[in-house]
Design a protein around this ligand. Structure first.
Ligand code: ARG
Length: 458
């Protein structure tokens, strides 16, 4: 079939070019945004006296009917250069000449820039909804585990006692920032490129304020060259999404470790675990591993966009068609991961006793023992040195700090008294860390409250 742009050509396009050039297989998902843009554009053309009411009525009716047919699967996306051409061709088939007038004072360059912005804006809201769900789940878990003691780690070595609630709120703060980051991306991109046309606007007297406000943007973009070629928001989105994936991946990594028999801090629900085809005993945390793996896709998508953009002269270049698959893949990946991660986390069983058991080995109350001596008057460095010797003694004699007798303690320093046992009790170690941000139940309750206030205010 002759191309819409065939006028200046003497030959038909080679079939290979057709399939290489088309974006319809992936940009078909922009049909709703494309129609939404055309509905507003045509109304504006009518308001400005550029198109007649009769033509615009036909256009509106035709576009609504195409939308219905796409949604009821009566129309299949076949053979067109892209979704913009596809819809315009369908419209012209349905309503004749009026359809051919729709593209007055517009180009596919501002059209695609608009469609992808509308799409990204909607998806930001959807992803934020998932993030609010995860915040909510983390608060619920934290509230019931304010006194579920576990070792906190540095270098993956047992370091100091914390609680599962404290751990939950660490991730809650990351996801809270993710929500805010998405909000910032949204605010910065909330300008409408429609009316930039190919690159230099148009000689028609169009009303860009009208289309911007009808399409729910704050204002039109200030410069038409920038308007058609800006994809910063795609980069920002994929960067925000990559960080969400990094957070999910770090959390997944911990859960993978915790599912191992070596840790056995948690058990995944059977409904969210997988088995092995050969080893009957296996119960694998595939979801977490896939999320850890898929984080690479999101980071890859971000990279695709940055590399695609970095050498492009102004204004539109066809390279930009490559933005879509990266953006779509990144969005799909994050939504898919959140959708399965949230119920997996909600149904995960916390093995309190095993966490507590781990607290009792590994000398995680050694810092507290040093603090004990410091409070008895020793300089911290001296106390630290003595406790180092006590730990060495404990390792040699296979005794934890709680298991050493007062006589043994006294050999290291005379200031040790009976009250040492209470002081280095794991519960005391946690309760004594009442500092803002710390693991004590009071401190964590404030952290939960802060997240709940954030959820409420949104
Ligand atoms: N399919 C194209 C894209 O996704 C639409 C814009 C095409 N513009 C052009 N002048 N060829 O970028």
């Amino acid at each position: 079939m002759a191309k819409m742009w065939a006028g200046r050509f003497k030959k038909d396009a080679n079939a290979k070019l057709d399939s290489f050039n088309t974006s319809l297989p992936f940009d078909c998902r922009l049909y709703k945004q494309d129609i939404q843009g055309s509905l507003v554009h045509s109304k504006m053309l009518e308001k400005q006296g550029i198109l007649s009411k009769k033509d615009v009525d036909l256009i509106q009716e035709g576009l609504h009917s195409i939308l219905d047919q796409i949604e009821s699967h009566e129309i299949e996306f076949t053979k067109a250069e892209d979704i913009h051409m596809f819809i315009e061709e369908k419209l012209t088939n349905e309503i004749g000449d009026a359809g051919k007038r729709l593209h007055t004072a517009r180009s596919r360059n501002d059209q695609v820039a608009l469609d992808i912005r509308l799409y990204v804006k909607e998806e930001i809201i959807e992803i934020q909804k998932f993030l609010f769900q995860i915040l909510d789940s983390l608060c619920v878990a934290a509230k019931s585990h304010l006194k579920t003691y576990m070792p906190g780690y540095t270098h993956l070595q047992r370091a100091q006692p914390i609680t599962f609630a404290h751990w939950c709120m660490a991730y809650a703060n990351m996801f809270k920032r993710d929500i805010i980051r998405l909000q910032n991306t949204y605010s910065l991109m909330n300008e409408c490129p429609l009316g930039c046309a190919a690159l230099a606007t148009t000689t028609y007297s169009i009303d860009r304020e009208y289309t911007a406000s009808r399409l729910d943007f704050l204002k039109p973009t200030d410069n038409s060259l920038d308007g058609v070629s800006d994809r910063d928001y795609c980069v920002e989105l994929c960067s925000d999404l990559s960080l969400i994936m990094v957070h999910l991946s770090r959390m997944s990594e911990e859960i993978i470790q915790w599912c191992s028999l070596e840790f056995h801090f948690v058990e995944l629900d059977d409904a969210f675990s997988t088995g092995s085809s050969i080893m009957p005993q296996k119960k694998n945390p595939d979801i977490c591993e896939l999320i850890r793996g898929k984080s690479g896709r999101a980071i890859g998508d971000l990279n695709t966009l940055l590399v695609m953009l970095k050498g492009l002269p102004l204004a539109y270049n066809k390279d930009m068609q490559e933005d879509k698959e990266a953006v779509f893949d990144c969005i799909d990946t994050v939504k898919e991961c959140l959708d399965v991660f949230i119920p997996m986390f909600q149904t995960m069983k916390i093995c309190k006793d095993n966490m507590m058991h781990a607290c009792l080995h590994g000398f995680i109350n050694a810092t507290d023992l040093a603090d004990y001596l410091t409070k008895k008057g020793l300089p911290f460095r001296d106390a630290y040195h003595i406790v180092g010797q006590i730990v060495g003694y404990g390792i040699e004699n296979k005794k934890s700090l709680n298991e050493l007798s007062l006589k043994e303690y006294k050999k290291f320093h005379a200031s040790f008294e009976e009250d040492v046992y209470q002081y280095i009790d794991i519960e005391t170690c946690v309760n004594n860390r009442k500092v803002y941000g710390g693991p004590s139940p009071e401190s964590v309750s404030i952290q939960i409250q802060n997240i709940e206030d954030f959820i409420k205010q949104e």
